[in-house]
Ligand binder design. Structure first.
Ligand SMILES: C[S@@+](CC[C@H](N)C(=O)[O-])C[C@H]1O[C@@H](n2cnc3c(N)ncnc32)[C@H](O)[C@@H]1O
Length: 245
C-alpha cells in the first residue's frame, strides 16, 4: 500500500470507529455528521468525501425508492458490526436491492459481503456503486432468487423487509406467506452461532432456537434493528418480543 493509500485507510478507519462509538453511546438517531467529524478529529467535509451518500451514486430514476426500500446509510453502518464481528465473517444480504448494506459493510474493512437480488437491473447498480467506492473486490452481487441460495455458506444473514411489508401500516395478509414460511424454515435449520440481523423483520417470527441479543428502535426512521443468534446460550427468548419484527 502506498503512503497516501495508507493515510486514506487510516482516516476512513477513524471515521468508522467514531461512528460506531457514537452510535453505541448515544444511538443512531442522535448522532450527527458533525458529531462524527468531531470525534474522528477531521472536518465534516472529510467525512462526506470518504463516505459520499450512496444515494448520490444511485441512478436518478431509482433514487425515490431509496428512503422506503433500501437500508438508510446510518443504519447500515450500525448493522455492519452486528453482522460482521470478525475479518473472516461471510455475510449474505437476502434481497440486496442496490447493495447499500453490503457496500457500507465492506467499507468498514471487515468480512466479505454478498447480496442476492431478484431484479437484475439492481444487481448491476449495486456492483457499479461498490466498484466506485473501491470495495468491488470485497463484495459480490448475484442475480437470482435468494431462496435458491445455500444459506449455510454464510456466517451472518441480513433481512430488511425482503417481501416489502408496508413500513407504516404492516399488514400480515399482504405478505407472501409461502416465502415467509420458507425463510422461517431455512433460518431454523442454520448452524449454531449463525447471526441474523433484521430491520423491520421479514414478515414472520424468528424461530424459537434464536436468541435476541440486541434490539434498537431507530426512531428517526421508525424501524426496528435486531440481532439474533442461532442456538445462542444468551438470554432465552422463545418468541419474538412484541414490537420487535
Ligand atoms: C426492502 S428491499 C431491501 C434491500 C436491501 N436489503 C437493503 O437493505 O437496502 C427488499 C429487496 O428484496 C428483494 N427480494 C424480494 N424477494 C426476493 C427473493 N426471493 N430473491 C431475491 N431478492 C428478493 C426485492 O426485489 C427488494 O430489492
Amino acid at each position: 500500500m502506498t503512503r497516501r493509500a495508507s493515510a486514506v485507510a487510516q482516516t476512513r478507519r477513524r471515521i468508522v470507529d467514531a461512528t460506531l462509538e457514537l452510535h453505541g453511546e448515544q444511538g443512531i438517531g442522535a448522532t450527527s455528521w458533525d458529531d462524527i467529524a468531531a470525534r474522528a478529529g477531521v472536518g465534516v467535509g472529510t467525512v462526506y468525501r470518504h463516505f459520499p451518500s450512496l444515494d448520490e451514486l444511485v441512478p436518478a430514476e431509482l433514487r425515490h425508492l431509496s428512503s422506503t426500500h433500501w437500508t438508510p446509510i446510518d443504519i447500515a453502518a450500525r448493522a455492519a458490526p452486528l453482522l460482521c464481528p470478525h475479518p473472516e465473517t461471510r455475510v449474505l444480504d437476502i434481497g440486496a436491492g442496490v447493495g447499500k448494506l453490503c457496500t457500507v459493510g465492506a467499507l468498514s474493512e471487515m468480512g466479505t459481503w454478498c447480496g442476492v437480488e431478484q431484479h437484475e437491473s439492481l444487481v448491476r447498480v449495486a456492483s457499479r456503486i461498490a466498484r466506485q467506492l473501491g470495495v468491488g473486490q470485497r463484495t459480490a452481487f448475484v442475480h437470482g432468487n435468494a431462496l435458491r441460495v445455500d444459506w449455510h455458506e454464510f456466517d451472518a444473514l441480513y433481512l430488511y423487509n425482503p417481501f416489502e411489508q408496508p413500513i407504516a401500516t404492516p399488514d400480515p395478509s399482504a405478505c407472501d406467506n409461502a416465502q415467509v414460511a420458507c425463510v422461517c424454515e431455512r433460518l431454523a435449520g442454520l448452524s449454531r452461532g449463525t447471526r441474523v440481523v433484521t430491520l423491520h423483520g421479514f414478515g414472520g417470527p424468528m424461530p424459537p432456537s434464536y436468541a435476541l441479543v440486541y434490539h434498537e428502535h431507530v426512531a428517526a426512521h421508525g424501524l426496528d434493528l435486531a440481532l439474533w443468534v442461532q442456538g445462542s446460550t444468551g438470554r432465552a427468548h422463545r418468541q419474538a418480543k412484541p414490537g420487535v419484527h
